[in-house]
Ligand binder design. Structure first.
Ligand code: MG
Length: 260
């Protein structure tokens, strides 16, 4: 079921959005060569506790998961791109890191993801990250009343294809509200003018993610971490966006921090 939020409810979602934005900026700043993925999880836990927020991940146990997630942030490194379960690994020079964080504050969820490189970057990784960011910006630009879900999907796909990446549509964007994953599904490829009409009050997480040379994923033995089937690297950019009469509001926008 697709739920529409009132302007007051969208306002009530802002604290969660702001917290997720600030936390991802902080974590990106603190994550260096040598940082352990478990330390990133512990640090996130501390920030969540201090803010009185609630993790959407720790007890998360969907049908595809082997068990409850048990951590508060997804850390996906290099050929891992989604749902990376933090484990005992110290980041190495040139690692491509994706952090995906969803929390709720006062019962409202915000969900956002960033990718970056620690240490010396490879050009190909920067291009991949840049493409997910441009695809996200293109998606937000068409997240306006009167368009349809397919317009968002198509905007993402055009950027990806323009940069030579193929697209996996198994995992994509989703409605966000009282829970992390709601309707509608927002695939990262689709036909313009098709799908659910975008109405004022629709709040969605938009999340382009691409792999360098494949669109196939494999699941790690941990039951969560999704990696490219060919070992090529992946990147992921996500924002929670409210569609309003006045245009899209990026609830997890980090620009107010002056860092993006
Ligand atoms: Mg997310």
């Amino acid at each position: 079921m697709i739920e529409l939020r009132t302007p007051a409810e969208i306002e009530a979602m802002r604290p969660a959005g702001r917290f997720v934005a600030e936390t991802l900026a902080t974590l990106r700043d603190e994550t260096k060569v040598g940082t352990n993925l478990l330390a990133i999880d512990r640090r996130t836990h501390e920030l969540i506790r201090r803010a009185g927020a609630e993790s959407c991940y720790i007890d998360y146990h969907p049908s595809f998961g082997a068990s409850a997630f048990g951590k508060v942030i997804c850390t996906s490194v290099n050929d891992a791109v989604l749902h990376g379960l933090p484990h005992d690994y110290a980041l190495r020079d040139g690692d491509l890191v994706s952090l995906d964080l969803a929390v709720s504050i006062d019962g409202w969820v915000a969900d956002s993801a960033i990718s970056f490189v620690v240490g010396t970057p490879r050009e190909e990784d920067l291009a991949l990250i840049d493409t997910t960011e441009r695809a996200l910006a293109a998606a937000i630009q068409v997240a306006v009343v009167g368009n349809r879900i397919g317009d968002i999907s198509s905007a993402i796909a055009q950027v990806a294809h323009g940069a030579g990446y193929s697209i996996n549509t198994d995992f994509g964007g989703h409605g966000v509200g009282r829970v992390m994953h709601g309707d509608p599904h927002v695939a990262n490829d689709g036909k313009p003018g098709r799908g659910f009409p975008l109405r004022a009050g629709l709040v969605v997480a938009l999340e382009p993610w691409f792999l360098e040379t494949t669109d196939e994923l494999v699941t790690d033995p941990d039951g969560w971490t999704l990696r490219s089937a060919d070992g090529s690297r992946g990147a992921h950019s996500e924002h929670t966006v409210a569609i309003t009469e006045a245009g899209p509001i990026v609830l997890t926008d980090r620009s107010f921090l002056g860092v993006d």
